[in-house]
Ligand binder design. Structure first.
Ligand SMILES: *Cc1c(COP(=O)(O)O)cnc(C)c1O
Length: 346
């Protein structure tokens, strides 16, 4: 079985697990005058991610959802207006910030332009009309198929946010794949944002956790918010140690995931009759639209499973293939062959 449901499926290997045994642990809830907890391993991971993203400080959270929540709430209050992409994970999957039952923020939705990057002119207009003071970006963009925001576009987004006195929060669940795709250091992308959340539990291969990075003052606020919503984790060095291991060993290999996703795409290019593939695969996600077929996305997934390929539905009409450590180029070729076979049947 080839399992391309998500890059959260990576399993820690023996060495990664061994990193836990020697990790220096302590109570992260006991904070010193500098706002640092007593778990030295958590502190080390937070510092590494801050360094990588060019930020002053980091905050380990159990999930990306909590990292985004703490990040956004460090800039805004409940009921505030916030600019988000219409298919942003924060809006469609996490919901907490925008849900009637919870923070009741008002989402002001922007779209992508024809290059599949956030529409700067529309964002300019929406910021002016709404008076919103926070712009949320997602890089890479999950539901559209892992599209990457190029550095030059980031500069334009920064300029337009500055024009309206707005901050920028980036959902960088797959920021490390974005940097690998662009071939630039991570901080070249994040120099244009005020806060960023990066998952260590996705393509980079650690089992649990995400790190929110920003200024020292902002992270101090986010730490308070994390505590209130139940994210204080004591000796969480046991999840930080694999994260450190992943940053030290797995960054270089992220290019392979992108190459494998592109390999499947190249084998499908021009050959699909019923399915339609996203215009360009840029990172480790490949999305196929099933709307022209006679089966639903979940029926398509069931057919794929019968042939040995596990994939997942995304949005209303699509299915998603995600590449990660453990998926080989052979798997990528087989996945393409299965998709092509099914495309003839549906
Ligand atoms: C996975 C993901 C998150 C965070 O997910 P958790 O399951 O809460 O860790 C946030 N944003 C995007 C784009 C994601 O893909």
């Amino acid at each position: 079985m080839i399992d391309l449901r998500s890059d959260t499926l990576t399993m820690p290997d023996a060495e990664m697990l061994e990193s836990i045994l020697t990790a220096k642990l302590g109570d992260d809830g006991r904070v010193d005058a500098n706002g640092r907890g007593e778990d030295l391993t958590i502190n080390q991971l937070e510092d590494m991610m801050a360094e990588l993203t060019g930020m002053e400080a980091g905050l380990l959270c159990p999930t990306g959802t909590m990292g985004n929540t703490c990040g956004v709430l460090s800039w805004c209050k409940a009921k505030d207006r916030v600019l988000v992409h219409e298919q942003q994970h924060l809006l469609l999957t996490e919901k907490f910030l925008f849900d009637e039952e919870y923070c009741r923020m008002e989402p002001i939705k922007y779209a992508m332009n024809e290059h599949m990057t956030p529409d700067v002119e529309q964002i300019d207009r929406l910021l002016a009309e709404s008076g919103a003071k926070l712009l949320c970006l997602e890089n890479t963009h999950n539901f559209s198929g892992g599209y990457v925001i190029p550095v030059a576009e980031m500069a334009k987004l920064r300029a337009v946010a500055d024009k309206h006195g707005a901050h920028i929060h980036m959902d960088g669940a797959r920021l490390l794949h974005a940097a690998a795709a662009l071939g630039v250091p991570v901080k070249e992308i994040t120099q244009y944002v005020d806060s960023v959340m990066v998952c260590i539990s996705k393509g980079i291969g650690a089992p649990v956790g995400s790190v929110l990075c920003s200024t020292k003052a902002q992270i101090a606020k986010a730490r308070e918010i994390r505590k209130v919503i139940g994210g204080g984790m004591r000796q969480a060095g046991i999840i930080a140690a694999p994260g450190i291991y992943a940053l030290e060993h797995n960054l270089e290999r992220m290019k392979e995931d992108i190459a494998n996703a592109k390999l499947t795409a190249s084998l499908l290019q021009g050959k699909l009759k019923k399915l339609s593939m996203q215009d360009e695969v840029q990172s480790n996600i490949l999305v196929l639209d099933v709307s022209k077929a006679s089966v639903t996305p979940s029926e398509f997934c069931a057919l794929a499973e019968q042939k040995g390929l596990l994939i997942k539905t995304v949005l209303k009409t699509c299915v998603r293939l995600v590449y990660y450590r453990g998926i080989t180029s052979e798997d990528a070729k087989k996945a393409a062959a299965i998709i092509l076979e099914l495309d003839q049947q549906i």
